[in-house]
Design a protein around this ligand. Structure first.
Ligand SMILES: O=C(O)C[C@H]1C=CC(=O)O1
Ligand SMILES: [Mn+2]
Length: 372
């Protein structure tokens, strides 16, 4: 088994969303998927994917920078190298390329997909094998309109697709956000978990003032209420013990994870494979959380089917994801690029059983959405 990498190629797909997705950082009308294909000398093709949120609104990488940097820097660096030595490829990339976590994630996903296909096993086998055949999936209500969000939640509950909802807040005045949250909670009832994501939209003082009213409104979890760099502030909010605090944007890799865990700046970590810099880094971050008794949540960068299922494979190997996942990205898109869509049913996403990621691209759809 000594296959080498013979080709790395990228393409950007622009796919409209089913409705505007309104967050404090951006309103999305479409999502750009950067697809990465890695071909190896034994005739295998591995697929990876990177997304960002609203171009450069969320972080330092854009779909265009990811494509350019993969074409110009990653591809020549790994072409000709052994495709089976994943750890050594990772070391080679990290030695030469700083940052670029989203691009690294897409490349690593394609390499894992190819290697698992080569071994004839599902990707999760490379992380010790699935413990769970399905993972729970929350939905984000972010239409920007309370009544529309309520109708959407009710439809999700009736169709048994989602029974956990994350509300995007932080763009309206805090008192208006509270009204919005209360109305949704009242409509869906006590058995439905409501969490909020502020995407750093509040100052620490605003966040402090919101904790008690949010607890009274029935909010179960507050995600990234304040600036990602204000770790001491996150620590103070967590120490209040009023509503659990989840870190998202603050968690950009294992060093951040260690800093947050050692000072207990959060009760929960949102694990995102892209933000972590790839599947292996995300696994390392999970280990840090577990050692520090910090609970886990499977987060998304509003990814398409490829990155979503890659993350799901990893999450299926984790004994306890106390807060479930939000691997709903493909459902926010108007169209499907897989030959067979991912299986979302009974409030869960099923983990595929075929080799590699266990999914197949619909190449006609991929060509249709590829940016010229
Ligand atoms: O968590 C984020 O900040 C980004 C993303 C995840 C779900 C969603 O609606 O937005
Ligand atoms: Mn978030």
């Amino acid at each position: 088994m000594n296959a080498t990498i013979v080709n790395v190629s990228t393409q950007i797909l622009d796919i409209p969303t089913i409705r505007p997705h309104k967050m404090s950082v951006a309103t999305m009308h479409n999502q750009c998927l950067v697809l990465v294909r890695i071909k190896t000398s034994d005739g295998i093709e591995g697929i990876g994917e990177a997304t960002t949120i609203g171009g450069l609104n969320y972080g330092g990488e854009s779909p265009e920078s990811i494509k350019t940097n993969i074409d110009r820097y990653f591809a020549p660096l790994i072409t000709g190298q052994s495709a089976t030595r994943l750890a050594s490829l990772r070391q080679r990339i990290n030695k030469t390329i700083k940052d670029n976590r989203f691009a690294k994630c897409a490349i690593e996903t394609a390499l894992y997909d190819a290697h698992a296909k080569r071994l004839g096993v599902p990707l999760h086998a490379l992380f010790g094998g699935a413990i769970h055949d399905e993972i729970s999936v929350a939905w984000t209500l972010a239409s920007g309109d309370t009544q529309k969000d309520i109708a959407e939640a009710q439809q999700m509950l009736e169709s048994r697709r989602h029974c956990i909802f994350k509300l995007k807040v932080g763009m309206r005045a805090p008192k208006d956000d509270l009204q919005h949250i209360r109305a949704i909670k009242k409509a869906v009832g006590d058995d439905v978990s409501i969490r909020i994501d502020v995407n750093q939209g509040w100052s620490e003082t605003e966040a402090l003032r919101q904790l008690r009213p949010l607890a009274d409104a029935g909010v179960d979890l507050i995600e990234q209420p304040i600036h990602e760099k204000n770790l001491a502030g996150l620590q103070r909010l967590t120490a209040q013990g009023i509503v659990p605090i989840m870190a998202d944007e603050s968690l950009k890799g294992t060093e951040d994870g260690f800093a947050l865990a050692s000072a207990h700046c959060a009760n929960v970590f949102a694990i995102k494979i892209e933000q972590a810099g790839g599947l292996q880094n995300a696994r390392d971050l999970i280990g840090i959380a577990q050692a520090a008794d910090i609970a886990l949540y499977g987060g998304t960068m509003l990814e398409g089917s490829i990155a979503t299922i890659a993350a799901a494979h990893l999450f299926s190997t984790i004994s306890k994801l106390e807060w479930g996942t939000e691997m709903f990205g493909p459902l926010l898109l108007k169209d499907e690029i897989l030959a067979t869509p991912l299986d979302y049913s009974d409030f869960t996403l099923k983990i595929p059983t075929g080799p590699g990621l266990g999914v197949e691209l619909d190449e006609e759809k991929v060509s249709f959405y590829t940016r010229p």
